[in-house]
Ligand binder design. Structure first.
Ligand code: AMP
Ligand code: MG
Length: 334
């Protein structure tokens, strides 16, 4: 095992992990182990502390490669590069970029990791953002249009898997894998557990060894912390995207961290939370982000199209008026 593992104390972790979680393990020896990864809390419930540590360390190594917030990560170096430069990246980064590219194509560009300049413009980049605190001035239409000119995965970057390199084609183009990296990390970790376990990385959850009951967090303050409960089968992952995770309000309007690449503004599709279940954690994570952008109707079309390859795929939509709808799996009352 290389590197030093970053652990987090349980009390802190509990305060930070409220989006989406809860289940009980049959295995009475199972314990919750807390770590710090991707700027959030990783909670692994398992009887095997060594397997949990190994999974956490692997995720922390992935973070060092793909985090935009780390200047010398692969993504940090790509973001700092000038147009025309090619940056050689590690295997983990290239694999994730290829998954991101597939998600970009499958969602007709609604999931697009090149929205990074817009994420920054609206004040949601890691490091800039404090929950609930609005910038003094919102971006102007001209500023939005200028940053939108740097967006579009198919035209802003060229991936070359042969040489493991990424060429920047548009000056100022940047990548942000925040909409896919956590779901991918959870899914990849599941193969490392020999017994029952539940992996919760800041609201992206995967389970093995048995069915787990997962509560879907209420997107607005309410009496109940959960809007409902879904069953997650062994080997499946679940990801939620919502307008309540990172947001601020200005002049009575909410601005949140999921950006519509076509308007350049925070997504406004009538949905305030989307949950996707899929054994491919990267795809499920990217889809939940993309459906927030493109809306329920488009989301249902994508789910239909993907269900032959992923028969387990399922979703829960929460509308602006707080009504809910499901696709592919029932939700029980919380
Ligand atoms: P998630 O919570 O998985 O929906 O991911 C949201 C994060 O993904 C944001 O904080 C941004 O870093 C990034 N992001 C925002 N909008 C998009 C988009 N349309 N496509 C891909 N990534 C996005
Ligand atoms: Mg996502």
């Amino acid at each position: 095992m290389k590197g030093k593992i970053k652990r987090r104390v349980a009390a802190l972790a509990v305060a930070a992990t409220v989006l989406l979680a809860f289940t009980a393990c049959n295995d009475s020896a199972a314990k919750e182990e807390y770590f710090e990864v991707f700027g959030t809390t990783l909670c692994i419930t398992t009887a095997n502390a060594e397997e949990a540590e190994r999974a956490a360390l692997e995720m922390q190594n992935t973070e060092l490669a793909v985090s935009a917030a780390i200047a010398d990560s692969d993504i940090g170096r790509i973001n700092a590069a000038a147009a025309g430069e090619s940056v050689v990246v590690g295997d983990i980064t290239m694999q994730l970029l290829r998954k991101a590219y597939r998600a970009y194509e499958l969602t007709d560009g609604a999931y697009d990791p090149t929205v990074a300049p817009l994420v920054e413009l609206w004040g949601f980049a890691a490091g800039d953002f404090v929950q609930g605190v609005a910038p003094e001035k919102l971006p102007s239409a001209e500023e939005v249009a200028a940053e939108r000119g740097k967006v579009g995965f198919d035209r802003a970057f060229r991936l070359d898997p042969e040489s493991n390199s990424v060429e920047k084609l548009i000056e100022g183009a940047m990548l942000d894998l925040g909409g896919i990296a956590k779901g991918d990390a959870v899914a990849r970790s599941l193969g490392g557990f020999t017994g029952e376990c539940l992996v919760n990385l800041g609201g992206n959850i995967g389970g093995v060894g048995k069915d787990h009951r997962i509560g879907i967090g209420a997107p607005r303050p309410s009496e109940k912390a959960y809007i409902g409960i879904v069953t997650l089968h062994s080997g499946e992952c679940i990801s939620t995207s919502g307008d309540y995770e990172r947001y601020y309000e200005k002049d009575g309007k909410r601005y949140h961290h999921i950006i519509d690449p076509f308007t350049g503004r925070p997504a406004d599709s009538g949905l305030i939370s989307v949950t996707v279940i899929c054994r491919d954690g990267a795809l499920g994570d990217a889809l939940s982000t993309a459906i927030m952008v493109a809306g329920e109707e488009k989301g249902r079309e994508w789910l239909d199209a993907l269900s032959a390859e992923y028969p387990e795929i399922a979703a829960v939509f929460v509308h602006e008026d707080l009504t809910t709808a499901t696709w592919g799996r029932d939700m029980q009352a919380a």
